[in-house]
Design a protein around this ligand. Structure first.
Ligand SMILES: [Zn+2]
Length: 287
């Protein structure tokens, strides 16, 4: 194994999680209060953490939000890595890898046909690795239809196959985000219908060559998330699960208290909700 991988914080965080059989929260940040809340949660809980961004954050803030998070991560007393989620263009991946402090980038070429997807993924994984950045990819499609509601046949067709596992592991990625009934966005009234038999097949096929990431956790119960961690997921992408209370706080209190108080209490809302899920995933107290 190339020596840079031994020193890549993201890879180390996920490897330790897999070995210790716990999951690490990978939280999407949209602003600085959320970054502060996530870091506070990690330090208070003595938990590792992944802070991640959509390409939106790079474009909207000219990279400032990413650099801010990396600064916070470098100062933290617990391991925190910075990840780019769903980077879907070659341009944004190169901008991110060349000029921003990412430890890991998700190379998402799933909008291309399979062969082109694999070819582009291979090239971009190599591009990132040359800059000592880890990578993640998504074999199969973690669909998000209208309100995330899709019939079972539709979901089944999008699920990751053992063959796809090998194809994507061969591109050189460090983590895979399998589709086993999970969807981006909302699940609708039936809630998540996860196929753990499929997940176990995927995990067996992986044979420890890469770590496994869980996408699409909006509306998950603690029980379902625990079951995913027990099944072997190491990276837990979260959005609503850790940000809902914060947005509710803004809705209820904006204009009714001083801005300083609004933001300070907002940071604590993010921290409290994040600590709850760190406990659920078993990462609290691990560092
Ligand atoms: Zn995803």
């Amino acid at each position: 194994m190339a020596s840079w991988r031994e020193n890549n914080k993201h890879i180390r965080i996920l490897r330790d999680a897999e070995a210790g059989k716990y999951g690490v929260i990978a939280a999407i940040a949209y602003n600085i209060e959320q970054i502060l809340g996530f870091v506070r949660a990690a330090e208070t809980s003595r938990s590792p953490l992944i802070i991640q961004f959509f390409p939106w954050a790079i474009i909207a803030t000219e990279g400032l939000l990413v650099r801010t998070a990396a600064d916070a991560a470098a100062r933290a007393s617990v391991p925190i890595s910075i990840h780019l989620d769903h980077a879907q263009s070659e341009d944004i991946i190169k901008v991110a890898a060349d000029g921003l402090p990412f430890d890991s980038i998700m190379v998402d070429m799933s909008h291309y046909a399979k062969e082109v997807n694999l070819q582009k993924t291979r090239e971009l994984v190599d591009y990132c690795n040359q800059r000592q950045i880890a990578t993640e990819a998504e074999p199969g499609r973690i669909e998000g239809g209208e309100d995330g509601v899709m019939d079972t046949a539709g979901l089944e067709a999008c699920m990751t196959t053992p063959e796809e596992v090998d194809e994507f592991v061969d591109t050189g990625v460090d983590a895979l985000a399998p589709a086993f009934g999970n969807v981006h966005g909302e699940y609708g009234s039936r809630g998540p219908q996860l196929d753990f038999e499929r997940f176990n097949q995927i995990r067996t096929q992986v044979r420890g060559r890469v770590r496994l990431a869980l996408h699409g956790t909006n509306g998950f119960s603690p029980e379902i998330l625990k079951r995913c961690v027990e099944a072997g997921v190491s990276k837990i992408n979260v959005n609503k699960l850790v940000l809902e209370d914060y947005y509710e706080h803004l809705h209820s209190n904006a204009g009714k208290m001083p801005h300083t108080q609004l933001f300070e209490e907002g940071i604590q809302k993010v921290a409290d909700q994040t600590m709850y899920w760190m406990e659920v995933c078993g990462s609290a107290g691990k560092v």
